[in-house]
Design a protein around this ligand. Structure first.
Ligand code: HMG
Ligand code: MG
Length: 301
């Protein structure tokens, strides 16, 4: 049976803004995150402590966090991406309490996104996670390219599960299954979640992270819901995806997800109308319409 409530892990300020052509000002990023929280989101990935040359759009990570009152609202959690120990040092100095490492299920994407081979990414993450845990920091692990890779094509389920299991076992509290390119369809989601369960990673250990390139993200989310998943990554207004993954469109729009959840009577705590107003404002800031059907429909009313 479906749950009474779910957690939405909002990634618009990070996964969204990291790949927009226009770099949003620090001031507007802070306003965006505040408005996301006011719309009821409680877990908001705020930025990335990656190399600023790799992701110039998020080069102001320190300033964004300094502009948000991290300790002010105990109910609000602002995780950040951290790839390595240098990133962890920066995140600790900024006072963060939750980080996310991001591994790849394929060798080619590990090289493109992390400048490491599939195997060498673990040597980068291992001391990062160990030090984070010793400092009392919660760690999420992402695994990317779970449903296909632009260079390697189909990615075997066994390979995704093996890499995901290893990333989780470094000391993560949750593994987020990334459909970086939006290639997943519901049957494949069902099969992959089943394979993870057989490898000892059940629905309570997992989150799903769908991009909406082919319009399948909402159907995939429903398949995940049926499989027991309770944490859903989504991006307000369906903001864009990863610059190192050619062909990747935006994430599942948070508004589209919340509209479905509201219809199912599943609580997320999010006020969809307030969130859509925020996304309409951000779309104007970026100079293009939101790709979310729900945002478009509500804006037209
Ligand atoms: P590298 O060049 O191999 O780094 O990059 P390095 O370890 O060789 O260090 C080179 C220099 O960079 C050194 O400086 C370091 O200090 C500095 P130097 O000593 O030469 O002066 N450096 C840093 N500076 C600031 N912050 C840091 C940092 N690290 C090293 N953290 C690295 C390796 C991992 C850093 C690089 O490849 C990188 O930053 N990659 C990030 C790419 C990225 O952010 N991609 C988007 C996020 S992933 C995604 O969107 C997918 C996801 O949404 C899930 C899905 O959809 O599937 C999560
Ligand atoms: Mg992503």
């Amino acid at each position: 049976s479906l749950p009474d409530s779910v957690v939405i892990y909002e990634v618009g300020a990070r996964d969204g803004l990291q790949n927009e052509a226009i770099t949003v000002s620090t001031h507007d990023k802070i306003a965006f995150i505040r408005r996301l929280a006011e719309a009821g989101l409680t877990t908001i990935e705020a930025t990335s402590f990656v190399h600023p040359k790799w992701i110039p759009q998020l080069a102001d990570a320190e300033d964004v966090l300094a502009g948000l009152d991290l300790a002010g609202d105990p109910a609000l959690s602002l995780p950040v991406l951290v790839p390595n120990e240098r990133g962890l040092d920066r995140a600790l100095a900024a006072g963060v309490t939750r980080i996310a490492i991001f591994g790849s299920a394929t060798d080619t994407f590990a090289r493109k996104n992390l400048n490491r081979s599939l195997e060498d990414q673990f040597a980068m993450f291992e001391p990062t996670v160990a030090r984070a845990r010793a400092a009392g920091i919660d760690v999420r692990a992402y695994v990317s390219m779970c449903f296909g890779d632009p260079w390697e094509g189909d990615v075997p389920i066994a390979q995704v599960v093996e890499v995901g299991r290893r990333l989780f076992d470094l000391g993560a509290s949750q593994l987020s299954i990334g459909d970086t390119l939006g290639l997943a369809t519901p049957g494949r989601v069902h099969d992959l979640l089943g394979a993870f369960a057989a490898a000892g990673l059940g629905a309570d250990d997992l989150a799903v992270h769908f991009h909406d390139t082919y319009g399948q993200a909402l159907a995939n989310s429903y398949a995940a819901l049926e499989a027991g998943i309770r944490t859903f990554d989504a991006s307000a207004g369906g903001l864009r995806g990863c610059p190192y993954a050619p062909g990747a469109a935006g994430n599942l729009a948070t508004e589209d997800l919340v509209w479905m959840l509201d219809g199912l009577g599943i609580r997320s705590g999010v006020d969809v109308a307030a969130l859509a107003r925020t996304s309409t404002w951000m779309a104007a800031t970026l100079g293009r319409p939101s790709t979310s059907r729900v945002v478009q429909a509500l804006a037209a009313q």
